[in-house]
Design a protein around this ligand. Sequence first.
Ligand code: GFB
Length: 325
Amino acid sequence: MPVPLPTLDRSATVLVAGSSGLVGSAVMRRLRAEGFTSAVGIRSSDVDLTDARATFGYLTSLRPAVVIDAAARVGGIAANDAEPVEFLDDNLRIQTNLFAAAHAADVDRLLFLGSSCIYPKHSPQPIPESALLTGPLEETNVAYAIAKIAGVVAVQSYRRQYGRRWISVMPTNVYGPGDNFHPTRSHVLPALVRRFHEAVRSGAEEVIVWGTGAPRREFIHADDLAAACLHLLAHYDDPSPVNIGVGEDLTIADLVVLVAEATGFAGRITWDASKPDGTPRKLLDVSRLLATGWKQRIGLAEGIRSTVRWYADASPTTDERPRGQ
Ligand code: GFB
């Protein structure tokens, strides 16, 4: 029998690990908007979560009631492919240290952010949570996916062995303000926003995009993801991870058209098929999330337009953020 969750106490200390990243910064905004008065964000420059001693020292002195783990080394398909050691090693260390320190600090509620890339490359579409560990992973991100799968298993293990009410969520591809807009290391949406924005500014006639344009992806705005995370902390308490997505995908070619329109680019688009396509399709089954009563608020075209406006105002100061999502 599931035990009803107590309402999250707005005055409790909520720790957001990775608060300068795309997701962590959105979670901080959402906590403030929902009236949480003791939300504390940490970045890697505040506490190095790959360092066990520093992590234990920080957590056992702060003693938060809730931890939201949005700290990770993240990157797009090229960065994952080029640096598997860092993607595996840093993420395993961050999770192991943070979870052990949260347990030592007696943290009752913890939310771990995984990724939809933990599912097998050829999963049924839309991908149900039950697809986890049923087949081989996409080769370009095996290291990152294995680290995130280890995080899911760690959360389940703390629940089973110590009765911790910790949960894992698996977001689909995320975008929004504060993203990493690095030209080669970032995910597709920020990479396109930057490339098309710069092409319009410089008057370039051509923009080169990667792959064939055929892969299908689903995108969620970081503010919707943040709202879903707080909603699930208040309404979900189960060992199985929960997918967080919007229930719709599109081809990369269609995404390119949306970004070109939002930036006002009317020139030529050329596909560089020497770059990897990655997983052919990644659409999450979100029925478990929707059954908790959560609803998406920001549509993709609207979200892309606001991200383009944010980037135009913030550039050129926005650049690579290797850690913190
Ligand atoms: O966003 P992305 O790097 O991540 O790439 P994945 C998605 C698709 O967009 C691929 C194409 O088919 C790319 O070939 N694409 C087109 C581009 N132009 C570009 C570009 O300029 N930059 C990038 N990055 N892609 C990542 C995983 O997979 O998804 C991570 O590697 C993580 O581990 C993340 O899970 C959410 O969706 O393919």
